[in-house]
Write a protein that binds this ligand. Structure first.
Ligand code: HEM
Length: 478
């Protein structure tokens, strides 16, 4: 059970905004800033309140102790919100993220093994190759002095890395942006967000122009997924040893047999390709964007990071060229962790109770909906006055009790059995990018065009709006 406290309250008795018919509390709320709206209500109603997602009430939880209990009580106690699973499955994304129960257990094992550190070590050369392409883009920008669209640059990078590592496909969207996969992926998230929160599933009855446009983009993403699968099948037909020793996630999924000897169905294969593409792209790119922005605003932290990179890399090295060096860089990890605490790219998560349950003393029936807010507990000024400030040192031992409370409350990769399987890859990518920038360039600016603070927007993941990066070549070190 998620909590030992006696269930003294009902959901209906909790405070919360007054709902209107059909739309509930979603009336007038912009989906791309829903997380900010819900966080604002925490200040009004406290960390447990009622919020109507359309006609149905949901429990909003913004307490990190309860969040951790709920996340750990899966897959048995809680599922991802059913309407979210349906929307994801409808677009062909039927993979490990939307699976539940025994289906999830089977798929999770395969996905985990493809992203464990031992596997990542084998794929490290791919990461170096993609980072070299990123360097070419930054070199050009430093010569021209022109700002680069940071979000576009970083999502090209993460798509190229994911396609290489997970599917064995060498893509170079960084240098050949007309390989437009990433442009199509970009259109998927905002529509998913609209559909998950729609009080009426209009797209099942009528196709609006926006649905038809979405269908066109989705069809291109599916085409790419089918191409990746066909290429992997071909490689495995040519080299049957790959069935025993698959080299990437896709080959592992193709080689997989369950206990009865059955293979994954085609829709599960495509679903996992889409899941990994979508899960691996924006999350890492957005986190990198926020980290670079915060580091530029905190020069002393950036200088500390540069000093560690200079002290670690050999004089003639322009980037980490071995896996063991790349996964070091404690100073970078502290900065990324601190950026994720302040700017978690998954600030809300949606669940449904699989059985009657009590959360923080609130009784919920089977099927009850729950909205988890992941940030408030990790930035609470009740814990420390400087909780809202960027201070990477708080991640270094020995930490004060307050810093320990804040860092423990930060769960950017989730928690429990469904903890993000891509976290090692994400951290490795972020270390490669930050170390390479630190080693080669001065950060002239990482800001919006008019210098105002970047706004937070959510399109499934939370991203900074309009960040541009300007760099200059560093004078040769040593
Ligand atoms: C900074 C980067 C990333 C962040 C912040 C992040 C965050 C998350 C979060 C919050 C979840 C939900 C966890 C839960 O339910 O407890 C998740 C799940 C997942 N992530 Fe990540 N992620 C990142 C990068 C990646 C990458 C690079 C990949 C793969 C290429 C990936 C693949 C997945 C998958 C497949 C799941 C579903 C796991 C499951 O349901 O069992 N993620 N991620």
């Amino acid at each position: 059970m998620p909590t030992t406290a006696p269930a003294a309250r009902t959901l209906a008795s909790l405070p919360g905004p007054r709902p209107v018919p059909l739309l509930g509390n979603l009336a007038g709320v912009s989906m791309d800033s829903l997380h900010l709206h819900l966080e604002g209500l925490v200040r009004e109603y406290g960390p447990l309140y009622r919020f109507h997602l359309g006609p149905e009430p949901a429990l909003v939880v913004a307490r990190s102790d309860l969040n951790a209990e709920i996340l750990r009580d899966r897959p048995d106690g809680w599922s991802r919100l059913l309407s979210m699973q349906r929307v994801i499955n409808e677009i062909g994304g039927e993979g490990v993220f939307s699976a539940e129960g025994s289906d999830w257990r089977r798929q999770r094992k395969l996905v985990m093994s493809a992203f464990d550190p031992a596997h990542l070590k084998r794929y490290f050369p791919t990461l170096v190759r993609v980072t070299e392409q990123l360097r070419l883009c930054l070199d050009e920008a430093s010569r021209s002095g022109e700002p680069l669209d940071l979000q576009a640059l970083l999502t090209h990078y993460t798509v190229d890395v994911t396609a290489g590592l997970a599917f064995g496909i060498e893509m170079n969207t960084l240098r050949e942006p007309d390989q437009a996969l990433q442009g199509h992926l970009d259109k998927v998230f905002p529509m998913l967000m609209r559909r998950i929160f729609a009080p009426v599933p209009w797209w099942r009855y009528i196709r609006l122009p926006s649905d038809r446009e979405f269908d066109r983009h989705l069809a291109r993403v599916h085409e790419a997924g089918h191409r990746f699968i066909a290429a992997a099948r071909e490689r495995m037909a040519q080299d049957p040893a790959l069935h025993e020793q698959p080299r990437n996630l896709l080959e592992a999924l193709l080689a997989a047999r369950d206990e009865a000897g059955g293979a994954l169905a085609d829709r599960e294969l495509l679903g996992n390709v889409l899941t990994v593409l979508l899960a691996g792209e924006d999350t890492t790119a957005n986190t990198l964007g926020w980290t670079l922005h915060l580091l530029h605003a905190h020069r002393a932290e950036w200088d500390r990071l540069v000093a560690q990179v200079d002290a670690t890399l050999a004089p003639d090295q322009d980037m980490p060229r071995s896996f063991d060096i790349a996964r070091g860089f404690g100073a970078i990890e502290d900065c990324v962790n601190e950026a994720m605490r302040l700017k978690p790219v998954a600030p809300l998560a949606l669940f449904e109770a699989n059985r009657d349950v009590s959360v923080g003393g609130v009784a919920l029936g089977k099927g009850a909906k729950l909205i988890m807010l992941t940030r408030p507990g990790a930035v609470s000024t009740d814990v420390a006055d400087d909780a809202a400030q960027f201070r990477p040192q708080r991640w270094r031992a020995p930490a004060s009790e307050a810093d320990h409370t804040l860092t423990k409350a930060s769960m950017p990769f989730g928690a429990g059995p469904r903890l993000c399987p891509g976290r090692y890859l994400a951290m490795l990518e972020m270390k490669m990018v930050l170390a390479t920038i630190a080693r080669n360039y001065e950060l002239l600016s990482v800001s919006t065009a008019d210098g105002t603070p970047p706004q937070e927007r959510t399109a499934f993941t939370m991203f900074p709006v309009g960040l541009r990066i300007r760099v200059a070549m560093r004078p040769k070190a040593c």
